[in-house]
Design a protein around this ligand. Structure first.
Ligand code: SF4
Ligand code: SF4
Ligand code: SF4
Ligand code: FES
Length: 929
């Protein structure tokens, strides 16, 4: 358990690791060269008063509270803006300094409401602390002069308020929005006494550019910017550090509690993925955990047209085991299986796949990563040797050219996007390859060098065209390739790439882009000192996903851009634990650690440990399960925290499969769309109740710590274990820590991981083993994990489905900042304020030809089905392309996406990405075709 307020050293750490000797208040000290005096003093235990400085922001030097005396210098320099120098003798406490500080504080307090005792920040206010620290007892000027006490309160944002009367105009909020978040939503309007913080011209926070990241609140030293939850419930009394359960950034948070109630989530400064930053989801959208819709008791029903019956845990478990055993008795051992959840912890996922392999006695386990990053697993493993990204997030600060492909970081991975934007403001160049004009293409103080607005489905020809220019214009890093790559495969790849159809001029026609832009982008990446690639679901949720992943790896190897900071090929994982659920053996062909089930040696290691004989044959992938269910061969399914009926493409086929099964078990927080087809509902736990680990997009294993016991009475790993026992397998873990110990014992890349290590050092990036006892931030440094980097030929095989007269539009889907995945969590929070429904983006040309105006209700149809939603006319999409999100079950966007899966993968091993796009037609709702 932590103290609530996180330490603030005043100014950021110095970049230099060299040290200088100084004297502070007569005490000798060794401090980092380049440190501010303020930071150096605080690091040595001397707290110089401060107000406008905080260690997440560059020093500003406006409040004059931090003045010090330096021997041999005139006046009183501000310690926050003055760097230490060798031999400096600093005095922080003299009677003159005390007088100045008291005077400054007196001025602040003379224009401040005197309501400390009833203020929400009482006890957590730097102004109050500093008034105490400088010994202010009296205000000589009185309180009757001109002041700002009637400034009013802006409560427009659902999560926080701005009380202008308490503002000391220190600019910390403005600087946080600029420097940390990169949104530039705030300004100081007016001059001198008229100065005030403004979120826009005459508009409140809600209508401004603000994205509710909370950085300004975090930075504010007073109660001016304050969470409404603190106003309502008061200050926290203790806190626990845990990990956000939303996206793959994996931000660390301090959950702040008052008794057993959560009152605030504050991003944790020592979190190595987020360094104290957050987004609106992690920081504010946690109320779903106690939402009234949450199911708190196990429920069963014999058929889906019966009402649910609440039962005890014992009855629910026994009932499930009986039905699963009956199905196996009737249809065979392989007629049941399960899905693991990328929202659950590594430990919870591990026990599910273990239960399926031991108690179900088959390998019919798959994971929701099937629809997102399975091509990443295959593509990166084939080319580089490891199914994971190559870099830590911080590596982006060393990049010179970043290529962002099929990923929209400002909405899907917002905290990392802020870091990217920081690097771009420092001068790195950006190439965006995306059908839409995503936020990064043009935003405050950022403009992409090139936006390649390709047609959906043409990633592969575009990456081939970039490679064509790099090969044909001599931009290959010959020495790197010679030393580190498989030369035979390189020569074959080169020959393939130089085929005429891969020239920019040919690809320009296929992809609907400009040939010269392709050439310029290739030259920029190919000649960068450090070039990095970041990609998302726009790459992997396509039928050429794995080819594209290998195309990017080829390009990075050819230009020598793998194996050091600032480079690499980096998947932007969607959900919080996509990486972990894949690592934990969730695929039907792989045991934990990506080892194929057919391997005798590996299998025998697990068999020995688990005391069973394992099936050497890979099991069903999700699409196989659905097909087999429709064929009456796969009849029972255990679904951990995943809403297949909403999130998977081709909803009608999914629903047909689910309807045909005889026993579906859903383990989740809420009765989701899939639960409509379920016979058993096992209530799950929220992240606030979980004890375990998540692994983020940079392979970082972060601790998830419970702040309260399981509210429905059982930890999720325990539910699975009870079911395994009821099915006849004696699983006997006593804690999550014990599960991690088994994972470490059986998984070479995790062999040094334990809860103790994570509690001791914070987090580690796998591989974490004897060779790398504290983890491996950058992969493939001296050589590729597979030995020589393998180039793979990436001929373009177009998706079979093409636009035609009936379906002339290409549909692509994505996310929005405030909502998350199927929206089960965020739709149960105030995040609906920003995005209560899915909207269809349509280009003005496509809208005009169909008589559609902004806001009209339109009908979108594909050969799979049709949906109705409101249109937004925008040039963010190009003509012929429409875009929507899939956060709302009412919209059901996946009704119109198609069944195509990765063309390459079904034939190999059992990976397969699926397609969350399609072709469609569009008309005004109620219109005539
Ligand atoms: S709102 Fe807070 S951080 Fe911003 S200027 Fe006012 S006191 Fe400073
Ligand atoms: S919440 Fe974030 S985006 Fe909004 S004003 Fe504050 S720092 Fe800027
Ligand atoms: S960026 Fe992702 S992990 Fe971080 S707070 Fe937002 S949703 Fe959570
Ligand atoms: S803290 Fe140094 S001038 Fe404000």
């Amino acid at each position: 358990m932590n103290k609530v307020r996180q330490a603030d050293l005043g100014t950021p750490a110095a970049a230099s690791t060299e040290t200088v000797q100084v004297e502070i208040d007569g005490m000798p000290a060794t401090v980092n060269a380049g440190s501010s005096i303020l930071r150096a003093a605080r690091e040595t235990g001397v707290d110089i008063p401060k107000l406008c400085a905080t260690d997440s922001l560059k020093p500003f030097g406006s409040c004059r509270m931090c003045l010090v005396e330096v021997e041999g210098r005139k006046g009183y320099p501000a310690s926050c803006t003055t760097p230490v120098e060798e031999g400096m003798k600093i005095r922080t406490q003299t009677s003159e300094l005390s007088k100045i500080r008291r005077n400054v504080m007196e001025l602040y307090i003379s224009d401040h409401p005197l309501d400390c005792l009833t203020c929400s920040a009482n006890g957590d206010c730097e102004l109050q602390d500093m008034a105490g620290a400088v010994g202010l007892r009296d205000v000589r000027y009185g309180f009757d002069g001109e002041n700002h006490l009637d400034g009013g309160i802006d409560s427009s944002n659902p999560y926080f308020q701005f009380d202008a009367s308490k503002c000391i105009v220190c600019s910390r909020c403005v600087r946080a929005c600029d420097e940390v978040q990169g949104t530039f939503a705030l300004t100081i309007q007016g001059r001198g006494f008229q100065s005030k913080v403004s979120a826009g011209v005459d508009e409140g926070f809600l209508d401004s550019e603000c994205v509710s990241c909370g950085a300004c609140i975090q930075a504010c030293p007073t109660a001016t910017l304050m969470e409404k939850s603190i106003v309502d419930h008061g200050q926290p009394d203790h806190s626990v550090v845990t990990t956000c359960a939303y996206c793959g950034v994996g931000c660390s948070f301090q959950v702040e509690m008052k008794g057993d109630q959560v009152v605030r989530m504050t991003p944790y400064k020592d979190g190595e993925a987020n360094h104290g930053h957050s987004c609106v989801k992690g920081r504010f959208a946690w109320g779903y955990a106690s939402h009234q819709d949450r199911v708190m008791n196990p429920m069963i029903r014999d058929t889906t047209d019966e009402p649910w019956r609440e039962v005890s845990w014992e009855e629910a478990i026994q009932y499930t085991a009986k039905r699963f055993k009956e199905i196996q008795g009737k249809y065979g051992r392989k007629s049941i299986g399960g899905i693991t959840s990328s929202r659950c912890t590594n430990e919870e996922v591990y026990v599910v796949q273990k239960m399926i392999r031991t108690a179900f006695e088959n390998n019919n386990v798959d994971t929701c990563a099937r629809v997102c990053h399975s091509p990443t697993g295959y593509g990166l493993k084939t080319t580089l040797g490891t199914s994971a990204g190559t870099q830590p997030f911080d590596s982006v600060m060393d990049t010179d050219v970043m290529v962002v492909i099929g990923s929209n970081p400002t909405v899907a991975h917002p905290v990392f996007a802020s870091q990217m934007k920081r690097r771009l403001r420092e001068g790195a160049k950006l190439i965006v390859i995306d059908p839409r004009e995503i936020g990064l293409v043009r935003s405050a103080r950022i403009e992409a060098e090139h936006h390649i607005a390709l047609s959906p489905g043409t990633n592969v020809p575009v990456i081939n065209a970039l490679a064509y220019v790099i090969v044909s214009e001599g931009l290959i890093d010959e020495e790197y390739v010679r030393e580190r790559c498989d030369l035979e495969s390189f020569e074959a790849w080169k020959a393939m790439i130089l085929k005429p159809e891969n020239s920019p001029e040919e690809v320009a026609i296929v992809a609907g882009v400009d040939a010269e832009t392709l050439r310029a982008a290739a030259r920029l990446y190919g000649s960068a000192r450090n070039g990095s690639i970041y990609y998302g679901l726009g790459v992997t949720e396509h039928s050429q996903g794995s080819t594209m992943v290998m195309g990017m790896a080829n390009l990075a190897m050819a230009t020598g851009n793998i194996g050091r900071s600032g480079v690499g090929v980096n998947p932007m994982r969607g959900q919080n634990n996509v990486q972990g659920s894949c690592d934990m053996g969730s695929f039907p062909h792989e045991l934990p650690g990506y080892r194929h089930v057919s391997g005798d040696e590996v299998r025998s290691q697990f068999e020995k440990h688990w005391g069973v004989t394992l099936d050497p044959e890979p099991g069903f992938r999700i699409p196989n399960m659905f097909d087999a269910a429709c064929a009456g061969e796969f009849m029972g399914m255990y679904i951990q925290g995943e809403d297949l009926a909403q999130s998977d493409p081709d909803t009608h086929h999914v629903e047909a499969a689910l309807s045909n099964m005889e026993c579906i078990v859903v383990q989740d927080l809420f009765l989701n769309e899939t639960a409509k087809f379920a016979h058993v509902f096992l209530p799950g736990t929220s992240f606030l109740e979980k004890d375990g680990t998540f692994t983020n997009a940079e392979r970082r294993i972060n601790r998830v710590r419970p702040v309260m016991p399981a509210q429905q009475g059982k930890d999720e790993w325990q539910i699975t274990q009870d079911l395994a026992q009821a099915m006849g397998y004696n699983m006997d873990f006593e804690s999550s820590a014990e599960i991690m110990d088994e994972i470490a014992e059986l998984t070479p890349a995790f062999s040094n991981v334990s809860f103790k290590l994570l509690d001791d050092i914070g987090s580690v990036q796998w591989p974490c083993n004897e060779a790398a006892p504290e983890g491996t931030p950058i992969m493939h440094i001296d050589q590729f994990v597979r030995g020589k980097g393998l180039f793979v030929e990436t001929d373009y095989v177009p998706t079979e489905e093409k636009t035609n007269r009936k379906f002339p539009l290409l549909l692509t889907t994505g996310r929005i900042l405030s909502q998350y995945n199927v929206g089960a969590q965020t739709r149960r929070t105030e995040n609906n304020t920003w995005h209560a429904e899915d909207i269809l983006e349509v280009h003005p040309h496509d809208a005009e030809t169909r008589g559609i105006r902004d806001g009209d209700l339109v009908s979108l149809a594909s050969r799979k089905g049709d949906i109705t939603l409101h249109a937004k006319i925008t040039t963010r999409v190009k003509p012929g392309v429409v875009y929507t999100t899939f956060h709302n079950p009412e919209t059901g966007a996946n009704v119109v996406t198609t069944e195509y899966s990765d063309w390459k993968l079904p034939r190999v091993q059992g990976y397969s990405g699926t397609n969350r796009s399609g072709i469609a037609s569009l008309q005004l709702a109620g219109g005539i075709c």
